[in-house]
Design a protein around this ligand. Structure first.
Ligand code: MIG
Length: 820
């Protein structure tokens, strides 16, 4: 669809947008009766008698005021603003109030807003608001929105309904029927979101199956793809709501409270939308390298002897592992920041021994603080006035694991600082990373905080219902800043169960309480990809399933597929059988050993993916449509994915599946296992015995790999392998010390490989940047598929043995090879 001629207007210069009120026609001005809906009324829904069933449209635009960064629109019923945040991001706020309240958001960064030239022009049909990349129509007579990108293609042709209800707002926005939707945080659905209603809230389902909704994470961000052009919609409100993806393509949005807020992100490439989303809501930082290794967890390894035995088994069996997790039972009666001195008489000693064996320790911390005045955290919290209160001033308490608990108000900077203080004890005990659970927040009995629970909300004050979905986010913010205080020179790592838009700034996540079923395994890549398309890409699932017990086949399939997930951890519920890689017989143990080993062999490439994510918002696990969003074939595929720029993964995710079809996008691909060369676009078949995950490497790739390591710091002087897959393309290798912060000041080595291949002449230009020097390890250059006959590095001939070249100095700039 193109913009009709009547909407094409000559752009007027920005200087026209002088401050001041412009009335839009006398007829409208005479009807300036502002809608009386106020926050107080919203509150009534949760307290006093229910107001009358008012449903009113926002009405017409009554007056327009030019602001430095956009327009303020006085409506018949409410007020709206349009702001150009960047040329590619427009912010729309529609508020049921007489004046525009100050902007506040936990999701977005103030520094994301740049001075952006814009223009606006009035027409009978409405007002056209333009940046260099976006066109937004503010329509008349009924106020509504329509927008198009720079190509002129309509992304949304208009508003069907914009109304205030007693409890909140409703916006029904039209989109083309053939739009595809993705993202929306954590959803137990397929990648291409089906047309249905999704709840916007954070909840603990205590176990979920595909199709259950909502879950723990609420990221109200949609990625739309229409005829190959992508765009993003961030509906930034922390109160409960719902999004209905309609059959006709439209989106119906409902939200509690008096503001509808929509940030529109323009593309047109999916990667551009995600980069803009990361600039808007914050980039994840580089995690410590060990977090990319294999993690072993269960609820719980209950005492010292068990933890020691698990660690010993990994090392004796030569199954690589970097981290052992301590679930809630390590605590003393579930009191956070304590440990059970009977089960763990010398926890610091145990963790020191784990460290000596190359393991890191990850400890769980929940938000609920046991009501117990003999417990220092509780007594101090009461004294320091950090816990959430009810409107009558009493402390809110509710039952979770420890019994009745108080809950810190993480929306207060003072309370966040207090919370961070307690981590000193944990850091001193030796814990390396932290796991924040139950922070939806969850109260036993399927509950959360009462809606009127009071929050400080950065000095502004709010009731719980207004900030519900951001509680977990603010908890991990507090956790991370505490850790950064106690370990200022180290990368600190937290992962969280609940999250809101922007949480990637503070934490990673996982998809929590799934089941040991094939259906759950099947939906996992889709869940992880949609989280990545919502900015929270460092995530994974409980390998083998949390509730229940996997068969050996299911465990093997889950673990081998999870090698190619960002977070790689086995975890299981209390009362289930042991769930370590050696519990399923020799065959599965050997498969797990090999595939966890493969994860470690791929670490140089995987770490580079995390660097890409941190710098550009590009998720590690990418849907196939990133290759070509114009071809419908790719839009729904979610049993295969791209792991970074150059790897395509297509695991068997069904019981008994010994063969499967694989869609290869355009270009040249190499079978990782056989070096067979395949020309895409093609549908091929591969055998999938239990020990085989079909894996393909893009032609033109330099795939950096290393040896099997038992943990990431093991064997630092082993050779770096550069695997060369002939073709044309650019590859990256990012390296640094893996744990410190020097990388922020140039303490890294970034290598760029640019390969061209013209028949038998293969050419690679290598350029490096950054100040860090990798350990002096040898380098092995390994040619795949074709025989390398003559290899020159900077014009010096090198001897080729077994299609490999060994070099000791990592200095070359040009590689030339003759291949046959
Ligand atoms: O009410 O800490 O999702 O991973 O093992 C259950 C015990 C609380 C839920 C987490 C799960 C963890 C469990 N927790």
């Amino acid at each position: 669809m193109r913009i009709p001629e009547r909407f094409r207007l000559s752009s007027e210069p920005v200087t026209k947008a002088v401050r001041g009120l412009r009335l839009v026609g006398v007829r409208n001005a005479a009807r300036t009766v502002l809608y009386p809906l106020r926050l107080a009324r919203m509150n009534q829904r949760f307290g006093g008698p229910q107001g009358p069933g008012i449903r009113a449209s926002a009405g017409e635009i009554v007056a327009v005021e030019a602001m430095p960064d956009g327009l303020l629109l006085h409506l018949e019923h409410g007020i709206a603003s349009i702001q150009a945040i960047t040329p590619h991001i427009l912010r729309v706020r529609i508020v049921a109030a007489e004046s525009m309240p100050p902007y506040f958001s936990y999701a977005t960064l103030p520094e994301a807003a740049q001075p952006t030239p814009f223009s606006w022009t009035e027409k009978e049909e409405g007002i056209l608001f333009e940046t260099t990349a976006a066109r937004l129509w503010l329509t008349r007579p009924r106020f509504g929105l329509a927008w198009a990108d720079e190509s002129g293609q309509w992304l949304s042709p208009g508003t069907a309904e914009l109304a205030w209800e007693p409890s909140g707002g409703r916006l029904h926005q039209r989109f083309p029927e053939d739009v595809w939707w993705y993202g929306l945080g954590e959803r137990a659905y397929h990648l291409a979101l089906e047309r249905r209603t999704y709840t916007l809230s954070t909840r603990d389902p205590e176990g979920y199956h595909p199709g259950d909704d909502p879950l723990y994470i609420n990221i109200p961000f949609l990625l739309g793809v229409h005829q190959g052009r992508a765009f993003g919609l961030l509906w930034d409100r922390m109160s409960d709501g719902a999004i209905t993806l309609r059959e006709d393509g439209g989106v119906e949005y409902r939200i509690l409270g008096d503001e509808i807020r929509l940030d529109i992100l323009f593309g047109p490439e999916p990667a551009q939308v995600l980069a803009r989303y990361a600039d808007l809501t914050g980039h994840a930082s580089l995690p410590p390298l060990w977090t990319l290794g294999y993690h072993q967890s269960r609820w719980s390894y209950e005492d010292e002897a068990t933890v020691r035995e698990i660690a010993r088994e990994f090392r004796e069996r030569r199954i690589p592992c970097d981290a052992i997790h301590f679930d809630i039972d390590y605590m003393d009666g579930f009191r956070c920041f304590t440990w059970d001195r009977k089960a763990f008489p010398d926890l610091p000693g145990l963790i020191a021994d784990l460290h000596a064996a190359g393991f890191k320790a990850v400890g769980m911390i929940d938000p609920g603080i046991k009501v117990d005045m003999d417990y220092d955290v509780c007594a101090d919290g009461v004294k320091e006035d950090v816990f959430c209160k009810l409107p009558d001033g009493s402390l809110f308490h509710g039952p979770v694991w420890p019994g009745e608990c108080y809950f810190p108000d993480f929306t207060s900077p003072r309370v966040r600082t207090w919370w961070g203080t307690w981590y000193k004890r944990m850091v001193d005990a030796g814990f390396d990373g932290f796991w924040n659970d139950m922070n939806e927040p969850t109260i036993f009995g399927g509950k959360t905080f009462p809606p009127r629970t009071q929050h400080e909300l950065e000095g502004q004050g709010a009731a719980h219902w207004q900030v519900h979905s951001a509680y977990g986010m603010q908890m991990v913010r507090a956790t991370l800043s505490g850790l950064n205080r106690w370990r200022p020179h180290q990368r600190n790592w937290v992962f969280t169960r609940s999250a809101y838009a922007g949480t990637q700034r503070y934490a990673s996540s996982w998809t929590a309480d799934n089941f040991s079923t094939w259906e759950d395994l099947r939906i996992t890549p889709a869940m992880l990809m949609n989280l990545g398309l919502s900015g929270l890409a460092f995530t994974g699932s409980d390998i083998g399933g949390f509730h229940g017990a996997p068969t050996p086949e299911l465990y093997a399939r889950w673990l081998t597929a999870a090698v190619f997930h960002p977070f790689f951890r086995t975890h299981t519920a209390k009362g289930t059988p042991w769930q370590e890689p050696w519990r399923y017989g020799d065959e599965v143990e050997a498969i797990c050993r090999d595939y966890i080993g493969l994860r470690y062999r791929l670490l140089p490439a995987i770490y580079t993916l995390f660097w890409q994510y941190a710098t550009s918002g590009m998720p590690m696990m990418r849907p196939l449509f990133f290759e070509d969003p114009t071809d419908d074939v790719f839009l729904a595929i979610d049993d295969q994915w791209l792991f970074g720029d150059h790897l395509l993964v297509a695991p068997a995710l069904e019981e008994g599946m010994r063969r499967r079809e694989i869609v290869l996008p355009a270009g040249t691909w190499y079978d990782f296992w056989t070096d067979a060369r395949i020309e895409g676009k093609a549908v091929i078949e591969r055998e999938t015995p239990l020990d085989r995950v079909p894996l393909f490497v893009r032609g033109g790739a330099v795939l950096p790999m290393g040896p099997v390591r038992q943990f990431v710091e093991d064997n630092p002087l082993a050779p770096l392998e550069l695997h060369i897959y002939p073709g044309t393309g650019v590859s990256w290798l990012y390296e640094d010390d893996g744990e410190g912060l020097d990388y922020r000041d140039g303490g890294y080595r970034l290598t760029r490989f640019e390969m061209t291949c013209d028949g038998s002449e293969l050419h690679i230009r290598r350029t490096i940047s950054g100040d860090w020097h990798p350990p002096e390890r040898p380098i092995t250059i390994i040619f795949h598929r074709d025989i390398a006959e003559h290899v020159f590095l900077d014009d010096i001939p090198h001897f080729v043995l077994n299609n490999q070249v060994q070099i000791n100095e990592d200095t070359w700039q040009i590689l030339k090879a003759t291949i046959v």
